[in-house]
Design a protein around this ligand. Structure first.
Ligand code: IVH
Length: 672
């Protein structure tokens, strides 16, 4: 009887570990959560009656006891090496040239490309298929024993092979991998913490490293850490493959999680090309990667090539430009925006991120500074990724000296000295002084910008000069400027004054669309301005509209409708419109431009990527002249996505929403 129960116990352990692997490693479960729980409960019941049967590979033994004070040291069976860096294809080619000179076999070498995950390097020991010990990399010779923490990671098999059909591993096998938190899980974790009013984490890497190096495994178990393995560090009592590609396959067959984006190439060039596709597309990876690793496939050759210091010659890290760096927060200034919103801006000790020197970064809003407890003098982590403006992620608390100072948001506007106000329920602080010079500077800057009135030669410096000299008190004043006035300003001679007046004069002929954009009504961008211009035909008609009428226009929601009506209701703005009109600015939309009818009437288009013949503006004009509408973002309402080369995320979005996708030729064909 007991014998039968014992064999059932063994069977249950194997089954649960297998289903665990299907779920956490392969991401392809074959039983439901309910069935899984049933198996687990049956196992737990047996263990409750037979505590002496419990072995370390039981799935119930993942979160064990606390480590007393500090971690024991573990000597690695072989050095845990690092990697030399290559910054770009030429560095990688130079690497190959160097090693070609050392060994003739390199000429015919194959290469394996793997992701270089930004996590924590870990070393896992298996004896007779059982996971017995796990360590950090430490100094490469000696690491720390974090076995109990690693056991909580469900992607780590407690016994190999996980699938009984897998190969029998050597009696002693030591593998190496990278432990990390996937980006989505990290975001979920932070969201949960935020909702619970707790402090959020800085980034996936630090969180994973911190979680694995703390003393209570129960805490580690609560963090969504996973792992990918890529190396056999040591083996005894059994054979293992001698090429990197086969090692990856072999580790997979034992039940280890192995990356599925690695590839083998016969030459370096295609390996570099593959690597470069990830440089551009790194946001498509589910984890943070700081590069790709290019490895000589033949491990005997790689070993014979030896190392330089701790870097093996047989592999190279092809690094992507960094996106996160730490630097010192020197101070915080508040900037006043066009609408009077005060935005805190970090001034930083200059630091390079991805080839650009960064001295300033946004801190989003004043609540953010308080929530993250960011102090002046702190070492702060800065992120600059893609098109996002650099921002401060948070302080490196461990680097504090105690001299850092807490920051108090300003109570007066830094530009005009008047009190600032806070609207209940909003995070923003406002300067409500309509005559605030900083707001006026931003307003004029927007009015003259390229997407608006496009007044060439009127940069921020001159705008500031004009406002300081009180020549410009609102945007309409630009159009009554006189040459004599300009000549009184520093740096202005005849020619410069004439040129500026010339481009201002020219701007009087700008279209209604542009003038509407230039007014800077909250929520009204280029696309909306076009719709408003076509619907109303001139500013006078638009100023008399109602929210109900505006809501008839596609894309106008209640907030924007209200914001438009509000803008025109304000006496200061009515005065401004009068001034503009008497200065000669009252553009009318010609009747034939009003609401074009055509093959595309009622359809909405989004353009992404580079088209073969059309520029963006050409495409827009073509679509609009056929009665269609062009918007910036893909939604369910989008009729067509026009796809060009190197498309952005809009392509993915369109696919996921099932939006019809066409190319330039098809677009032209649609008009007949
Ligand atoms: S190979 C000889 N492969 O990058 C083996 N490293 O500076 C040398 N890493 O500390 C390492 N993904 O933590 C290798 N696919 C990968 C990797 C990888 C991440 C980390 C590893 C190492 C660092 C190299």
């Amino acid at each position: 009887m007991a014998e039968k129960l014992l064999s059932r116990y063994e069977e249950l352990k194997a089954q649960i570990n297998f289903h665990n692997y299907r779920y956490h490693v392969l991401d392809a479960p074959i039983i439901s959560d309910l069935e899984y729980d049933r198996l687990l409960n049956e196992l737990k019941k047996i263990e409750a009656d037979h505590a002496d049967w419990i072995t370390p590979d039981s799935p119930t033994q993942r979160a064990g006891a606390k480590v007393s004070e500090k971690f024991e040291k573990v000597r690695h069976p072989a050095p845990i090496l690092s990697l030399a860096n290559a910054f770009g294809g030429d560095d990688a080619r130079a690497w190959l040239e160097r090693i070609k000179k050392l060994d003739d076999r390199v000429e015919k070498a194959k290469f394996v490309v793997e992701p270089k995950i930004d996590g924590l390097s870990v070393v896992l020991h298996y004896r007779d298929g059982q996971f017995v010990q796990g360590a950090t990399r430490g100094d490469g010779e000696v690491g720390e024993d974090i076995t109990s923490n690693l056991r909580t990671i469900r992607a780590i098999p407690l016994r190999i092979p996980v699938d009984s059909k897998g190969p029998k591993p050597p009696s002693y096998l030591v593998v190496r991998g990278e432990a990390f938190i996937p980006i989505q899980d990290f975001e979920k974790l932070n969201k949960r913490l935020e909702e619970a009013g707790e402090k959020t984490y800085l980034n996936p890497r630090n969180t994973a490293a911190g979680s694995l190096r703390q003393l209570d495994p129960v805490l580690t178990a609560s963090r969504p850490i996973t792992l990918l393995v890529y190396q056999i560090v040591h083996s005894e009592g059994g054979k293992v493959p001698t090429s990197q590609w086969e090692i990856l396959e072999y580790l997979k067959s034992l039940g280890f999680p192995v990356t599925d984006i690695s590839k083998r190439f016969n030459d370096l060039e295609p390996a570099i090309a593959y690597t470069e596709t990830f440089d551009k597309g790194r946001d498509t990876l589910p984890y943070e990667a700081d590069g790709m690793v290019i490895k000589i496939d033949d491990l005997t050759l790689a070993a014979d090539l030896g190392f330089v210091g701790k870097d093996p010659r047989g592999a190279i890290a092809f690094k992507f430009p960094a996106r996160e760096v730490t630097t010192t927060l020197l101070g915080i200034d508040a900037e006043v925006g066009r609408t009077g919103v005060l935005t805190p801006r970090a001034s930083l000790e200059a630091v390079e991120i991805g080839g650009v020197v960064v001295r300033n970064a946004t801190l989003h809003n004043f609540d953010y500074i308080a929530e993250k407890d960011i102090r002046i003098g702190d070492r702060v982590l800065i992120k600059r990724a893609g098109e996002v403006i650099p921002y401060v992620i948070g302080p490196v608390v461990d680097a504090r000296s105690g001299k850092e100072k807490k920051y108090k948001p300003p109570t007066k506007c830094p530009a005009c000295g008047q009190d600032v106000e806070h609207i209940e329920g909003e995070v923003a602080w406002y300067c409500v002084n309509a005559a605030c010079p900083a707001q006026l500077v931003r307003n004029v800057e927007h009015f003259v910008s390229r997407g608006a009135m496009d007044i060439v030669g009127l940069g921020i410096k001159i705008v500031e000069q004009l406002i300081e000299a009180e020549l410009v008190k609102d945007v309409a004043d630009l159009f009554t400027l006189k040459k004599s006035q300009l000549l009184g300003l520093e740096g202005f001679a005849e020619k410069k004054a004439e040129n500026l007046l010339g481009s201002i004069e020219q701007a009087k002929g700008q279209s209604l669309n542009r003038l509407i954009v230039a007014l800077g009504i909250h929520g009204v961008g280029e696309v909306m301005a076009g719709d408003l211009a076509r619907t109303y035909g001139n500013l006078s008609a638009l100023s008399k509209t109602t929210t109900d009428e505006l809501r008839q226009i596609e894309g106008v929601g209640p907030n924007i409708a209200e914001s438009i009506v509000d803008w025109f209701a304000r006496p200061a703005n009515q005065k401004l419109l009068k001034k503009l009109k008497s200065a000669g600015l009252d553009p009318q939309m010609k009747a034939d431009e009003k609401k074009k009818e055509g093959a595309f009437t009622g359809m909405t288009f989004v353009v992404t990527g580079t088209l073969p013949n059309f520029s963006r503006d050409d495409a827009k004009e073509f679509i609009e002249s056929n009665g269609g509408k062009v918007t910036d973002s893909v939604s369910k309402k989008t009729s067509y996505l026009v796809l060009g080369e190197n498309p952005g995320s809009k392509f993915e979005k369109a696919k996921s929403l099932g939006v019809k996708i066409i190319d330039e030729a098809e677009l032209k064909r649609l008009t007949g």
